[in-house]
Design a protein around this ligand. Structure first.
Ligand code: RI2
Length: 281
């Protein structure tokens, strides 16, 4: 949790692979392969939900040479290419998505998505008179990072508790959120509570937009593999010692939820946006 945001997690993994490959002391290509494979599995195991992480690791750790020095160089170049692409993707998403933001829009966002924020801040910098309603995003309260970021841009922002989402939806024109993963059936996996924003937006006939780099799409869902939802420690919610007195109580803390494609109006990516509810890249 020191690195937040699925995109930043992906970039950090690519940097780790690159730096590891650069300093790796091995005598054979077999040893190089084994060590790269070992560190790749380790990195992937750190966060189970954000598909950007395995996608980044797979793209960064590719090589074809049988020569250690050449293979090392390939990994370094692939990792750098991924990092550069990820940086550019945020700018592209901001440009593409901000075209859909209208002057006067009130935008609701959830958690702390750099991709969603790129759309919002680009629209503001283009001169659009917008304001934002940001959820607190319990239990880690990443909404506090979002309001600080928006405040730095001078964007009028209102912080609300997660349970006030439906109450305020009548004041909203658009919901813009990020993505930890997108399945091939168009379903979104994002921070817990995203699906209640989508449901409330759907009920109130408000537009629901997702901002996601192409490396957030999950290739393994093509063959029906489910996306695992990370369940985090209960001490993020409650002092575990309280539970000692409450023998009939358990606490659950899923970090992400699923939003079905039918509640999503648009997915904005670095290669364009789509109103299609079923996306196959
Ligand atoms: P960007 C975050 O989760 C939030 O769920 C956010 O919507 C999503 O990643 C995408 O964020 P976490 O990975 O990649 O920090 O757009 O737990 O920054």
């Amino acid at each position: 949790m020191e690195i937040r945001g699925a995109g930043r997690i992906a970039k950090a993994a690519a940097e780790a692979i690159r730096d590891y490959a650069a300093q790796l002391e091995v005598t054979s290509i077999e040893e190089f392969a084994a060590r790269i494979s070992e560190v790749s599995s380790y990195l992937i195991s750190t966060r189970p939900t954000a598909v950007s992480l395995p996608n980044a690791v797979k793209l960064a750790s590719r090589y074809s040479s049988e020569n250690v020095e050449e293979a090392r160089q390939e990994v370094i170049e692939n990792a750098n290419a991924f990092i550069e692409k990820a940086d550019k993707a945020l700018g592209r998403i901001g440009k593409i998505g901000s075209r859909r933001v209208m002057d006067g829009d009130v935008i609701m966002t959830h958690c702390n998505s750099h991709a969603a924020l790129s759309i919002i801040t680009t629209a503001f910098e283009d001169g659009k008179d917008i304001s934002v309603i940001s959820t607190e995003s319990r239990p880690r309260c990443q909404g506090l990072l979002t309001i600080r970021h928006l405040n730095n841009f001078g964007i009028p922002t209102t912080l609300i508790v997660d349970s006030a989402v439906r109450y305020y939806m009548k004041d909203v024109d658009k919901v813009i959120v990020g993505a930890d993963a997108i399945a091939t059936n168009g379903a979104l996996v994002n921070k817990i509570g995203t699906s209640q924003l989508a449901l409330a937006a759907h009920e109130a006939r408000k537009s629901f937009m997702v901002a996601a780099e192409t490396f957030k799409f999950s290739p393994s869902t093509i063959v029906g593999n489910p996306i695992e939802i990370e369940e985090r420690a209960i001490d993020e919610i409650v002092d575990p010692s309280i539970l000692k007195e409450l023998s009939h109580v358990q606490v659950r803390n899923p970090a992400f939820d699923f939003t079905p494609a039918e509640y999503i109006d648009m997915i904005v990516t670095d290669i364009g946006s789509s109103r299609l509810r079923w996306l196959i890249l």
